[in-house]
Design a protein around this ligand. Structure first.
Ligand SMILES: *Cc1c(COP(=O)(O)O)cnc(C)c1O
Length: 400
């Protein structure tokens, strides 16, 4: 019989009842070091006192009123994001896919309102992940996710990630913009080079296209800067955020320059509970922590420490690890073809470490941003033991 909870996930047989910082406890009393953070989402870890208090206090006052009224918490959160980014204006929603949908609508509307309604197509990249709604499945372009859901939504063209010649060749009079993750997360923790991001910005300027960044996974401090594109010294025209922006509370956002945002007039886009008082109280609490002096520098420092540890780990286990990749606290171990990332993930669980699988046989590590170097070292020891668990069978396979 079908489970009451629709079986869209292959869930691990673990149920957590409590968390504190980077640690989670199961209902049967086992403790895990959480280096998955609910897929790069619980960025302040579990039970962060400031976030918990903000949510509890707001819940007791008023949770939801709809966007028919002013929402002071949303006005404040938007103003703070504007003050700390390229953006002039922010739209709040509830998830990454919803933010990306709105972002693509904003790009199309911009061209429609500036005399180019024929420009509606987005150039996207192979290996991308933009979400599970019908249009974002098309933007993702992965056959595995598209299969069985009818004709893909029109308007998304795919080129190889990092290939500037292919991008230029794909630009047509119908192209509206370029949509890219600064680091492909689900696709295999694959960073774009800073040069590629700058070249995309230049191409957008040259051809009158909009640069639309999907920073759902890379944003909100995960790279060691608030937004990953800041490392490249460029600014997008529009950007999506979700995951870490609410610290685990569902919240998404579209951040846009004025020339884009001004075309989303009343009635053109909306959401019932996007940006409600409760979600925005969470968002403000997250920003309180992340914008505090030294927080992002600390993330950068711990990330570099973890990166060095990963390089050591890869050197010690060449039969398991093929490559270390990623940026900041979004790191990946690309495993040798003989080793399956699902098996590696299970070996980590056996050692008490939670990680997330990603495409291209990559084990993804995306801890809460509040981890200490000591916790990073603990995770490295667990990963080392997990690699040793896998090495014998792997070595056998390699010897064949
Ligand atoms: C997770 C993710 C999404 C989708 O976010 P949801 O909240 O699951 O809809 C979109 N883009 C990127 C880059 C993501 O990592």
């Amino acid at each position: 019989m079908i489970p009451a909870l629709m079986p869209t996930y292959n869930r691990a047989d673990l149920a957590f009842e409590r968390g504190e910082g980077a640690w989670l406890w199961t209902t049967d009393g086992r403790r895990f070091l959480d280096f998955g953070a609910g897929i790069a989402t619980s960025s302040l870890g579990h039970g962060h006192p400031h976030l918990v208090r903000a949510i509890a206090e707001q819940a007791g006052r008023v949770m939801h009123v709809s966007n028919l009224y002013r929402v002071p918490q949303a006005e404040e959160l938007a103003a703070r994001h504007v003050a700390n980014s390229f953006a002039d204006s922010v739209f709040f929603c509830n998830s990454g896919a919803e933010a990306n949908e709105g972002m693509v609508k904003a790009v199309r509307k911009y061209h429609a309102e500036t005399g180019h309604p024929e420009r509606y197509r987005m150039i996207c990249f192979e290996g991308a992940f933009h979400g599970r709604t019908l249009a974002m499945l098309a933007a993702t372009g992965n056959e595995k996710y598209l299969a069985g859901f009818g004709p893909p939504v029109d308007g998304f063209d795919h080129v190889p990630f990092g290939d500037m010649n292919a991008v230029r060749a794909a630009i047509t009079p119908q192209t509206a913009g370029i949509m890219i993750e600064p680091v492909q997360g689900e696709g295999g923790v694959r960073p774009a080079t800073l040069r590629f991001l700058r070249d995309l910005r230049a191409a957008c300027d040259e051809f009158g296209l909009l640069l639309a960044l999907d920073e759902v996974q890379t944003g909100m401090g995960r790279s060691g800067k608030l937004w990953a594109h800041q490392w490249a010294g460029i600014e997008p025209d529009v950007m999506s955020s979700a995951k870490g922006i609410g610290g685990g509370f569902p919240l998404g956002a579209i951040l846009a320059k004025e020339h884009v945002a001004k075309h989303l007039k009343p009635g053109t886009h909306g959401t019932t509970y996007g940006g409600n008082p409760l979600a925005c109280a969470a968002g403000n609490a997250v920003l309180d922590v992340m914008l505090a002096p030294g927080f992002l520098d600390r993330v950068d420092r711990v990330a570099r420490h973890l990166w060095r540890g990963f390089l050591d780990l890869a050197a010690r286990h060449p039969l398991v690890v093929e490559e270390v990749r990623g940026a900041g606290l979004l790191l990946g171990l690309k495993l040798r073809p003989e080793v399956n990332n699902g098996e590696m993930q299970s070996a980590c669980v056996a050692e008490g470490l939670l990680t997330v699988a990603a495409g291209m046989n990559v084990l993804r590590v995306a801890p809460p941003l509040i981890i200490t170097e000591a916790e990073a070292d603990l995770a490295l020891e667990m990963l080392d033991r997990a690699c040793r668990r896998l090495t014998p069978s792997q070595a056998k396979a390699a010897a064949k």
